[in-house]
Structure formats: structure tokens, C-alpha cells
Design a binder for this molecule. Structure first.
Ligand code: UDX
Length: 437
């Protein structure tokens, strides 16, 4: 089986590495030549636990990385994993996927193979039928369903557990027509992931599933965040005990009930906006989705209000931010709430020092010289009048009275309740924990 993966972001890179490590012949294609040459040399464009090792194994076996699209010519399956970023109106930007499938169409025009093309990129319902399929047929001069297969195959993997999720997905969704290509794809996945449910449906349902999934996760987070704000005003109440208890009700489930500063990252915020935009287009007023988004945006404002309540004006005050990655175990700062917070604090003329175990380089790309980059947690805290803990990195759990001793004012806002079980000689506010009177 020859497999191509087009687009080497964290989904494509994880997928090509995992498949190659399982002895499939894989070509990973990306238009960025420098990125390709770095990957061939084992240099990753992003930090993802386990990826470096899996890639190394893959490269030793049958993984070829290239910017040369013609290598997909002899492939039986072509996975498209290019990004669909967000436009200013919230809709998705399709130029990258159009470019990728135009190239694929041109190559399969000349090929004698009958490949199966699987679209993993997140696209709104109808994109496959109305945009991707016509481009592919036009460029290839061939017919979908007869000369090549076309399947919607949304991806649910999470950054920071991309390798684990690629090896052990919780579900496989295949959208498309019941053709021999669908049968072949189903066989491929049932061999690759025995005992994992495979849902076979049409294109538009498969496309919608991804938005349903991510918007539900966002809803859970905004729900618990709103609840945590209520809890914060009840002395002694603890949102984590509440989340743990309601999570034991099988109708609710315990995942995604960690209250915090709001959801960020490259998917949840973007997919929420795209779904809201799409709902409007099909004539539905997405009241709940809008409220979920608004709740998310309010979370930062409430953190800033908490700071202002204690510190007064933030202008010229030295504030330390611990964690800029949108979640732990990644260096990704795309749509990170910490980045948004820093932008808002800079507007208020605060002086910011940050520390993140992995995301310093990416944070530097955003802020350049506008903020200070500390070498350690204590370095970040020195002389600061407040520390805001934004990302739950394990490393931050060691913070204690000694680490805060050189703070100008010992004032801690812990958005993830990392230190809530410690006795600290400080003014301590944890999001979701009501302060005792
Ligand atoms: C998400 C989806 O989970 C995944 O299925 C999809 O394929 C891509 O988008 P990811 O972007 O990696 O994955 O992040 P995720 O783990 O979902 O976290 C998103 C944000 O929500 C982070 O900012 C995180 O801190 C926040 N979050 C998550 C919470 O605040 N509380 C929680 O309980 C869970």
C-alpha cells in the first residue's frame, strides 16, 4: 500500500510518521521546501510529545518527505491534511486546500492508478460536493466514484497527544458514496485500528461531525467556566470538586470540565467561529454557540478585572505570566488565551515578563521586544507585582514560598488552580475557588 499525506502540519506529520513506522510506504508532501528538508533531517517544525521518535523510526523505514507533488502518482491513498485557517468574518479560508487538490488532480490525470483521496482538513458541510469534487474532476479529467475515490475523513486528534490519538483514535468517520473505494477504505482502517468504531455516512454529515464535536467541547468548557465564575463568589466553594462529581454522572462525563481562562488553540476558537458563520448562512441564529463564544471572551476580562481590583491601574506595573502555550505539552501559541491576555495588558501599558517551558520562541515571534522573556519561573517572578498562571505545565506545580520571595508584591492569580492545595504566603486567587472571607 502506497500512501501520500499532503500537508505536514501536526496532523499530517503525525499521520505520515505513524503510518511509516507501521511499515506502510509513505510520502509526506508539503509545499514548503525548507520545512521538508528540516523534517528529513529530523528537525521538527513544532513540539509534539513522541513525534520526534516516531518520525525517526518512520524515516528509517519507508517515509519520504518532499515538496514534489509528482511523488503521489503511484499512491493508492492520498490524505489531504492542509490547514483551513480563519478569515476575518469567521468563515474558513479554502485557498490552501484548493491549491492542494488542484495539484493532486493534475497528477492523477496522468496516472493509471485509481487512488482514494481522503480529506482530513476541517471544512464546512457542502465543501466536498460543491468545491473539492468539481475541482478534482476538472483538473484530472476523471470521474469521482469511478476513476478515483473521494472520502471525507475528519480528524479528531488533539495537540500534545497527536501520536497517541493517531495510533488509537476513538472513532473513524468515513463520508461518501458506497463505492468499491469506500469498501477498500473501510478495510484499510479496520486493519489499522481493529475494534475502533467506523461510522460510514455521507460527505456533508462527516463534515458536520467535526464541527459538532468541537463546538460541544467548547460548550462544555464555557459551561464550567461560567459556573466557576459563580463559584468564585461563594466563599470556600471549589469548582474542581464540583466538576469531579458531576463528571461521575455518565450522562455528563468527566472530560473537558477543567475551568480556566477560556479555550484557545488552532481549532476550537476557529471551528466555533466557522460554525456560527455557517449557521447564519443556512438561516439559523446560533444563540447557544454565540453565548459559548462570548463566555469564552469574557473570561480574560474577568481575570483583568481581578488584577485591577487589587493593583489599581496596571500601567507600568511589572506582571509575570506563566505559560503562553494554549495548553501544556505543546509549543503552540495560536489563539492562546495567554497571548490575548498579554496583548490586552500591553494596551494597558503594563510591563510583562513571561516564562513557558516550550513556547518561548513562538511567543517571541508574536511580541518581539515588547515583553521580557525570563529564563526560569523565579526569574519571571522577580520584582513582579502579580503572577498570572495561564497554562497548567507540570513544572509550575513546584512554585512555593521560596519562588515568590523576590516578588515586589506577592499576588497570585492561578487560572488553573495549580497551587490550590498549597499554603502560600501570598494573596492568592484561584479561578473557580471562592475566597474565604
Ligand atoms: C481540539 C479538539 O479537542 C480535537 O478533537 C480537534 O481535533 C482539534 O481541536 P486541541 O486544539 O489540541 O484539540 O486542544 P484541546 O485539548 O481541545 O484544548 C483546547 C483548549 O481548551 C485549550 O486552550 C485548553 O486549555 C482548553 N480546555 C480544555 C479547558 O480550558 N478546559 C478543559 O477541560 C479542556
Amino acid at each position: 500500500m502506497n500512501i501520500a499525506v499532503v500537508g505536514l502540519g501536526f496532523v499530517g506529520l503525525s499521520m505520515s510518521s505513524v503510518l511509516a513506522s507501521k511499515n506502510y510506504n509513505v510520502v509526506g508532501i508539503d509545499i514548503d521546501n525548507q520545512k521538508c528538508s528540516d523534517i528529513r533531517n529530523g528537525i521538527l517544525p513544532l513540539f509534539e510529545p513522541g513525534l520526534e521518535n516516531t518520525l525517526r523510526v518512520g524515516l528509517k523505514k519507508k517515509l519520504t518527505i518532499s515538496n514534489n507533488f509528482s511523488l503521489i502518482k503511484n499512491c493508492d491513498m492520498i490524505f489531504v491534511t492542509v490547514g483551513t485557517p480563519q478569515k476575518s468574518n469567521g468563515a474558513i479560508e479554502l485557498s490552501m486546500i484548493k491549491e492542494a487538490i488542484t495539484s493532486i488532480g493534475r497528477i492523477i490525470a496522468k496516472s493509471k492508478n485509481n487512488p482514494i483521496i481522503l480529506i482530513k482538513s476541517t471544512v464546512t458541510p457542502g465543501t466536498m460536493q460543491n468545491i473539492i469534487l468539481p475541482i478534482l474532476e476538472k483538473r484530472s479529467g476523471k470521474k469521482a466514484g469511478r476513476d478515483f475515490g473521494l472520502i471525507s475523513n475528519p480528524e479528531f486528534l488533539q495537540e500534545s497527544s497527536a501520536i497517541k490519538n493517531t495510533k488509537f483514535p476513538h472513532v473513524i468517520v468515513l463520508g461518501g458514496y458506497q463505492t468499491r473505494f469506500m469498501k477498500k477504505t473501510k478495510n484499510f482502517f479496520s486493519k489499522l485500528h481493529p475494534n475502533i468504531p467506523i461510522i460510514i455516512t455521507n460527505h456533508q454529515t462527516a463534515e458536520m461531525v467535526k464541527y459538532a464535536n468541537n463546538s460541544f467541547l467548547a460548550t462544555k468548557i464555557s459551561f464550567i467556566n461560567q459556573l466557576s465564575n459563580i463559584c468564585q463568589n461563594i466563599p470556600g466553594v471549589n469548582i474542581d470538586d464540583i466538576a469531579k462529581t458531576i463528571g461521575l454522572d455518565p450522562r455528563i462525563g468527566d472530560a473537558f470540565l477543567n475551568a480556566g481562562p477560556g479555550y484557545g488553540g488552532s481549532c476550537l476558537p476557529k471551528d466555533m467561529k466557522a460554525l456560527i458563520n455557517f449557521a447564519d448562512k443556512v438561516g439559523i441564529n446560533p444563540i447557544l454557540l454565540n453565548a459559548v463564544e462570548k463566555t469564552n471572551q469574557r473570561q480574560i476580562k474577568s481575570i483583568i478585572s481581578l488584577m485591577e481590583k487589587s493593583l489599581g491601574t496596571l500601567a507600568l506595573k511589572r506582571l509575570a505570566v506563566l505559560g503562553t502555550a494554549f495548553k501544556p505539552n505543546t509549543d503552540d501559541v495560536r489563539d492562546s488565551i495567554a497571548i490575548e491576555l498579554i496583548k490586552k495588558l500591553l494596551k494597558k501599558k503594563a510591563r510583562i515578563t513571561i516564562y513557558d517551558p516550550k513556547a518561548m520562541r513562538n511567543t517571541m515571534k508574536v511580541f518581539g521586544k515588547k515583553i521580557i522573556y525570563a529564563k526560569s519561573i523565579t526569574d519571571a517572578l522577580n520584582n513582579s507585582q502579580c503572577v498570572i498562571m495561564m497554562t497548567h505545565w507540570k513544572q509550575f506545580e513546584v512554585l512555593n514560598n521560596n519562588s515568590i520571595k523576590h516578588m515586589k508584591r506577592k499576588f497570585i492569580i492561578d487560572c488553573r488552580r495549580i497551587l490550590s492545595k498549597k499554603e502560600l504566603n501570598a494573596e492568592y486567587y484561584a479561578i473557580g475557588i471562592g475566597k474565604k472571607e
